[in-house]
Design a protein around this ligand. Structure first.
Ligand SMILES: [Ca+2]
Ligand SMILES: [Ca+2]
Ligand SMILES: [Ca+2]
Length: 954
């Protein structure tokens, strides 16, 4: 079994195999390991005695990286791959020592440094000469040396990407090659992306001479630093196996010039590659280069993740580099600054690795978890197209042991079958097909399976179960999301009487851990199946796609998509064909042009999300425009009406749009809307709960406005309206929530902000220069509150309009810009900040913790005149941010959520959920009662009983 192909060093293999192949003993062994770590502060990296230990103390300088035996890459002195994020000293101070040290906690042992950026005019008089960042580079060399990490130094491109300056490169290496020649932890990478594209550089004219430059720079480095590993070429776009053939032209030219032999075998060199031809092409390039015998080093790539516009760590290239045994440096930066994403933000890096069950043996610390796939050559079991079924045997749970791949409450495998060194209980099964099943399930146990979902969408999830108990229950989690809720396991009439239970689930694209939780045990589990839904939520046919916000339809405008007034023309109609898993091909009724493939995701209110299969992003009308001709684009889904679509027969009546509703007084809510095409009258509907069920409070209203007098101050009301037309009643309009919260801009904002509320999620936009100094400018969603109070919210996201954009919870004395206030906020680039203005019109003070980012919880408490801010990763464990402040405020203050873009020409969008404040959240709708029993007692009397339902008050 090739589980961990990365251990080049035998000592490590032995130790790690102990970890993997023991169940109960794992924890004990890890404890012993931990104790060893504590007592061994100085460890000889080159010695075999303790090199397998996981150490997080300062270690001192590492030995030279060497090419591994398989000649795939440079590895550390203990055989580990080099892995790291980047920092830059091109324009200012690089990451400081403590931030570099923190990288060890993220599983890294290396740093990529863009040391200087070349001056395109060098050596013209007045241009910047190499050496300008020497003291900054020295600091990173020293920090990585002391921390026992490796460092790859290169020349960055600044504003001249895909270019190089020959004189600068030569003078740079004449300056720096001798400077760090004796630093055994340093590698040199000649020049970042000297050409915008991939190989062969020999034939590139723009700029020409990248191969001669490489040859000359290499000779300079070698003349000063004979033992330092050198990375060559730094191809931005490796471009598959053909690219590898082209790269061989460059390599042969290099070899001939440097070694006098075009087939020279490298001993201290590797080809640097970036990932900008995509995962598959990059991997194909690497495989071919390895066949040619030339080692590689991945020194830059970045990408998105399914369902997110943001960048961040792109898993799949990293997984390919791990599979191919190639060291990698990802394009996420070490705080405090950089040009991509902060690697310490969990959403950017750590969460992605964990969600995917990705693992590697860290040089330091205890993360990532040591886990892997059982069997299947160590590769995740993958869904097989839009019609095939993936069956995962329950007994093939992941490798990693107790607390990592599973939780089991009893020592040893009580069934004694199949995997006898694990604690999970496994028996032979009597079920069809034989094999084994999981037995002795107990409350709270769980099992994990790393899977690969190649086709996102709707699946039928099946569990093969047998149970002699009536109250068995499970829950299935994947992509870190609850897919099933609590799922009752029926009593099948015996522990060997098997049945299959099914639930429809939505699965995101990609590698993910699928976890089966035992909510209430007592059942047996043989296998788990995933098959794509064979029918979609809508039948195939011709539809119009109508935006909920604008009421306008998608139109094929010469193969770009815009919104327009529906005029029943073919360019406004679309043929939808279900191809499996809820995925639909969408073709224009005009010319059959296939516009896209989308998953139709019903929202329960008659509308759909149109989620692109390729990206996971959702179609929306750009900027929520109401204008004819506005573009249709895809973006992160935040629940806005402009992202919700009616998929309707062309003849369906138009639904009303433009519904507005707000308090007119404490006893009156006024509604108004735009007249809709074909409407003869309107029906007014209201609910106390989001998305209904609605009660029609007025029917056949002729006007386009209405006043609701049957309301009570302090409650939340949801309204929707429908139109009555000759063709019948329309779909309900989008819903409007009337909240006890008030939303307004504070101070001098450049653009007016907005607040949208749906399903307990607030989407708030705000502009404004800042909440800081003597005056604030932002969007505030608030309520007046009297006395001691607390507000809690999770900042689910905050748009990066500036590293100092802010989204958080605030208490302020007044609605004036210069008001006293206390504020705890999440920023895109500066972590969580606690700040306050103690005097009206006075300055502001703050205390921030970097390395944190949305999603993150914030809490603000008032106790008398003492204000305290807290932050939390999970809403359970809270850490005070900064110190409590005494601020004189009146008994009644304004409390709520605040968003500033820190950029007056832009709106910053922030999403808040889990908001808790006095009287908020409003009560949930009661669930239907269950288990209703009627018992005849005597003539004239029947007794009824039922199970109390969630949230019911009577
Ligand atoms: Ca057990
Ligand atoms: Ca068990
Ligand atoms: Ca089985």
């Amino acid at each position: 079994m090739k589980l961990w192909p990365l251990y080049a060093a035998d000592f490590r293999k032995q130790k790690m195999s102990l970890v993997y192949h023991t169940g109960w003993n794992t924890i004990l062994f890890m404890m012993v390991l931990a104790i060893c770590c504590i007592v061994s502060s100085a460890r000889g990296r080159q010695s075999d005695n303790d090199a397998g230990l996981i150490v997080s103390s300062v270690d001192g300088q590492r030995g030279r990286p060497v090419l591994n035996a398989a000649r795939t890459t440079f590895v550390a002195d203990n055989g580990q791959l080099l892995r790291g994020p980047f920092t830059s000293s091109e324009w200012g101070a690089p990451a400081p020592y403590d931030q570099i040290e923190n990288m060890k906690n993220l599983g890294f042992n290396a740093v990529h440094l863009y040391g200087e950026c070349f001056d395109i005019n060098y050596p013209n008089p007045g241009s910047t000469a190499p050496g300008y960042a020497a003291s900054r580079i020295d600091s990173v060399v020293a920090a990585t040396r002391d921390l026992g990490m490796y460092l790859v130094i290169t020349i960055g491109n600044g504003a001249n990407n895909g270019n190089f300056n020959y004189d600068y490169v030569m003078d740079f290496w004449n300056f720096y090659a001798p400077r760090y020649a004796d630093e055994t932890h340093v590698l040199y990478e000649i020049q970042n992306e000297p050409v915008a594209w991939g190989p062969p550089y020999l034939t590139h004219n723009n700029p020409p001479g990248a191969v001669p430059m490489t040859i000359d720079a290499y000779n300079i480095i070698r003349s000063h630093a004979p033992d330092t590993p050198v990375l060559l070429f730094s191809y931005a776009v490796p471009w598959g196996s053909g690219g590898a053939n082209d790269a061989m032209m460059d390599i042969r030219a290099f070899n001939t010039a440097v070694f006098g032999d075009e087939n020279a075998v490298w001993t201290n060199e590797a080809v640097a590659i970036h990932g900008y031809s995509g995962t598959a092409m990059t991997a194909q390039f690497a495989e071919r280069m390895i066949q040619y015998g030339y080692p590689l080093f991945q020194t830059e790539w970045a990408g998105g993740i399914w369902g997110e516009t943001g960048g961040g760590f792109e898993l799949y290239t990293a997984l390919e580099m791990e599979r191919l045994n190639i060291s990698w440096l990802t394009f996420q930066y070490i705080p405090p600054w950089g040009v991509a994403d902060d690697v310490t933000i969990p959403r950017v890096f750590k969460d992605r690795v964990e969600r995917a069950g990705m693992s590697w043996p860290p040089d330091f610390g205890t993360w990532p978890e040591q886990r892997g796939v059982f069997g299947n050559n160590g590769q995740p079991r993958a869904t097989t197209g839009l019609s095939g079924t993936l069956r995962i045997q329950a007994e093939d749970f992941d490798i990693g042991g107790q607390g990592v791949a599973y939780h089991d409450t009893t020592p040893f495998n009580q069934g004694g079958q199949y995997r006898t060194d694990e604690d999970v209980d496994i028996e032979m099964t009597s079920d069809t097909g034989g094999g084994y099943h999981i037995s002795s399930t107990d409350d709270g146990e769980w099992l994990e399976y790393t899977i690969m979902v190649r086709d996102p969408g709707f699946y039928n999830l099946r569990l093969r179960v047998a149970s002699a108990v009536t109250d068995g229950a499970a829950r299935v989690i994947s992509y870190n999301l609850d897919k099933t809720g609590i799922w009752t396991i029926p009593n099948t009439g015996g522990e060997q009487v098997w049945t299959t239970i099914t639930k429809p689930v939505f699965l995101e694209y990609g590698r993910q851990k699928l976890r089966v939780e035992v909510v209430t045990g007592g059942f047996n589990l043989n296998w788990i199946e995933l098959s794509p839904a064979t029918a979609g939520p809508l039948g195939g046919g011709t539809y119009k796609l109508v935006n909920q916000n604008s009421g306008l339809v998608m139109e094929n405008d010469n193969r770009s998509i815009v919104q327009n007034v529906f005029a029943d023309t073919n360019i406004q109609k679309w043929n939808l064909q279900h191809i499996g898993a809820g995925q639909y091909r969408i073709r224009s009724a005009q010319d059959s042009w296939q516009w896209d493939t989308c998953i139709l995701r019903p929202l329960g209110n008659g509308y759909y999300r149109l989620t692109r299969v390729s990206s996971g992003l959702d179609y929306e009308v750009q900027d929520a425009s109401m204008d004819v001709g506005a573009a249709i684009a895809s973006n992160d889904y935040t629940g806005l009406a402009s992202q919700q679509w009616a998929v309707q027969a062309p003849s369906a009546p138009a639904f009303p749009v433009g519904l507005q509703a707000d308090w007119a007084s404490y006893e009156q809510i006024d509604l108004s809307w735009m007249p809709s095409a074909g409407a003869m009258s309107y029906n007014i509907k209201r609910s106390s709960f989001g998305d209904g069920p609605y009660t029609t409070i007025a029917a056949d209203v002729i006007d386009t406005s209405y006043s609701d007098f049957d309301v009570v101050d302090g409650q939340v009301y949801y309204y929707a309206i429908s139109a009555n037309t000759a063709a019948g009643e329309s779909l309900n309009s989008g819903q409007v929530a009337v909240l006890p919260w008030i939303s307004q801009d504070i101070g001098a904002v450049g653009i007016s902000g907005s607040t949208h509320y749906s399903n307990n999620v607030f989407t708030i936009t705000g502009s404004g220069a800042d909440i800081w100094g003597t005056n604030d400018a932002f969007r505030f969603v608030y309520m007046p509150v009297t006395g001691n109070t607390t507000i809690i919210a999770r900042v689910a996201s905050v748009q990066n309009t500036d590293f100092w954009a802010k989204a958080g919870v605030m208490i302020r004395e007044s609605l004036n810009a210069n008001s006293r206030n206390a504020f705890i906020a999440v920023t895109p680039g500066n972590g969580v900040t606690w700040q306050y203005r103690s005097n009206t019109g006075g300055g502001s003070n703050s205390n921030n913790t970097t390395g944190l980012g949305a999603p993150h919880w914030v809490r603000l408490e008032r106790n008398g005149n003492t204000f305290t801010g807290y932050r939390s990763e999970d809403g359970v464990n809270w850490t005070q941010q900064g110190t409590s402040q005494t601020i004189n405020m009146p008994t009644t203050v304004y409390m709520g959520m605040a968003v500033t873009s820190h950029n007056n020409s832009r709106l910053c969008q922030a999403v808040f959920d889990h908001v808790a404040a006095p009287g908020w959240p409003p009560p949930l709708p009661p669930m239907e009662p269950t288990d209703v029993h009627a018992t005849a007692i005597m003539a004239g009397q029947v007794n009824l009983s039922w199970t109390a339902s969630l949230n019911a008050t009577s």
